[in-house]
Design a protein around this ligand. Structure first.
Ligand code: HEM
Length: 440
């Protein structure tokens, strides 16, 4: 924790000239951070693309940075270099007081009545979406789930179907996300940053066209809720803020949930006994679709989702910029330095998790509560002022989908199959996760 002791120099591991450890990080952020910890400890000065960067490992670092009681860190400084060109005005890269103001309005769209309405919109769409899956053969899980969550997002986020522009919208989202970690940071054709900026231009005009209708009537979708939400003082979003928030929200919600669902599919294919156990509890519930109040009844599904997010958090790391000189564990962090915290590393620390590489959902059970040793040892949704606003929505969506899928299908993979992960920018399988899907 923070101390006022003298501030010794940090161990330094800068890697190859200029590019530093970027490739190691992108290839395997878990192996990279574990190697750094083994050789240098939990606070390491490194370099990525010519810029000094401090890697901060472990739950205490997570707490110090994410809780940020003293205003030491800037989210704008951390995130904007990555996402600023494609997601300007994203709430995730705002600092106070603007962040507090925007979040107060935005959270109206995440309250229980709104969530209850979203789940009623989603349920029939989940049923018709998964009905189309091709059973009795090879099924590519990742693209299948991605299509499903995109279809759900257009209903729940925009209140309508995408129609003939569906492919363009989907492509624009993929391009904007890919641009966030593009090696070439300028929008030069045909590179990723250029595609991302073009994608954003398309999304801006797309949302602008829909705005007047959304403002005219209040409907149970995020777009309409953002148009009508007010904070306690009656303040509301401007048109520009509504569109910026919508574009960011679609990205924040879509890829993270797809990643989590894919991991759940994978772990349940590897552990058929757990697949059967979850199916049994879904059957015992006695209904084909979940309501908001059913969520807590599927306790084992909750452990599995938590375990999937522990093993493969959708966001493996979170960046910040040091906003004012401060001291952590006796080491000085200088204003202007970029730092990162790493949920994926903390989630595999043997000090906090028994056999951390094993899939063992019961570690989250009330009998074991392995996750309660430190408030910041399980942080797939972050923590503090920027903690994921969509956590409950993600729970709702992931569990509603898995409940319906478990009742309709069984799936398996070859026993020696290991899913090749691309962990950055958002965890996903490189091969789409091919499984054998059987209709029940
Ligand atoms: C399993 C799925 C999800 C995961 C793992 C996830 C993870 C995260 C994380 C780690 C952050 C914090 C980033 C930081 O502090 O730098 C975050 C922020 C955010 N997430 Fe999520 N997220 C998920 C789903 C969603 C969904 C479904 C939505 C919306 C419906 C959403 C909306 C947001 C928003 C608006 C923020 C920014 C909050 C702020 O800065 O105040 N997320 N998410």
């Amino acid at each position: 924790m923070q101390t006022s002791a003298a501030a010794p120099t940090l161990p330094s591991a800068k890697g190859p000239f200029f590019i530093g450890y970027l490739l190691d990080f992108m290839r395997d952020p878990l192996a990279f951070t574990q190697k750094l910890e083994k050789e240098y400890g939990t606070l390491i000065e490194t370099r990525i693309m010519g810029q000094n960067f401090i890697v901060m490992l472990g739950p205490e670092a997570n707490q110090f940075v994410l809780q940020d009681r003293e205003g030491n860190f800037s989210s704008f400084g951390g995130w904007d270099p990555y996402i600023g060109k494609v997601f300007p005005g994203a709430i995730m890269s705002m600092d106070d007081p603007a962040h507090r103001f925007q979040r107060r309005i935005m959270q109206q769209a995440f309250k229980k009545p709104a969530l209850t309405a979203y789940i009623s919109t989603m349920n029939p769409k989940i049923a018709s979406g998964i009905e189309k899956w091709k059973a009795q053969g090879r099924f590519q899980v990742f693209p299948g789930i991605k299509q499903l969550t995109l279809d759900l997002a257009t209903g729940v986020f925009m209140g309508e179907s995408l129609g003939p522009e569906a492919d363009k919208v989907n492509k624009a989202f993929i391009d904007t996300v890919e641009a966030s970690l593009a090696y070439i940071r300028y929008p030069i054709p045909p590179f990723n940053m250029w595609k991302g900026v073009k994608g954003r231009e398309f999304l801006l005009s797309y949302f602008k066209k829909l705005l007047p209708a959304k403002k005219a009537t209040e409907t149970p979708d995020f777009f309409s809720q953002f148009c009508h939400a007010t904070d306690e003082d009656g303040a509301r979003f401007s048109d520009k803020e509504i569109i910026d928030h919508m574009i960011f929200l679609m990205m924040a919600a879509h890829d993270t949930t797809t990643s989590t669902l894919t991991t759940i599919f994978y772990t349940l294919a590897k552990h058929p006994e757990w697949q059967q156990r979850l199916r049994a509890s879904s059957l015992a519930l006695g209904k084909t679709q979940l309501d908001y109040d059913d969520l807590e009844k599927l306790e084992e599904l909750d452990w599995v989702m938590k375990e999937a997010l522990r093993l493969y958090p959708a966001l493996t790391s979170m960046p910040r910029m040091v906003a004012k000189d401060c001291v952590f564990n006796g080491h000085a962090l200088r204003k202007g330095t970029i730092i990162g915290v790493y949920p994926i590393h903390t989630h595999h620390m043997p000090e906090y998790w028994s056999n951390p590489d094993n899939f063992d959902p019961e570690r989250f059970s009330p009998a074991r509560v392995e996750n309660k040793k430190h408030m910041f040892q399980w942080v797939p949704f972050g923590g503090g002022a920027h903690m994921c606003l969509g956590q409950h929505f993600a729970n709702l969506q992931v569990k509603s989908i898995m409940h319906q899928v478990l009742l309709k299908y069984r799936w398996d993979i070859a026993p020696d199959y290991v899913m090749p992960y691309q962990m950055v920018p958002i965890a996903r399988p490189k091969d789409g996760l091919p499984v054998r899907l059987h209709r029940l």
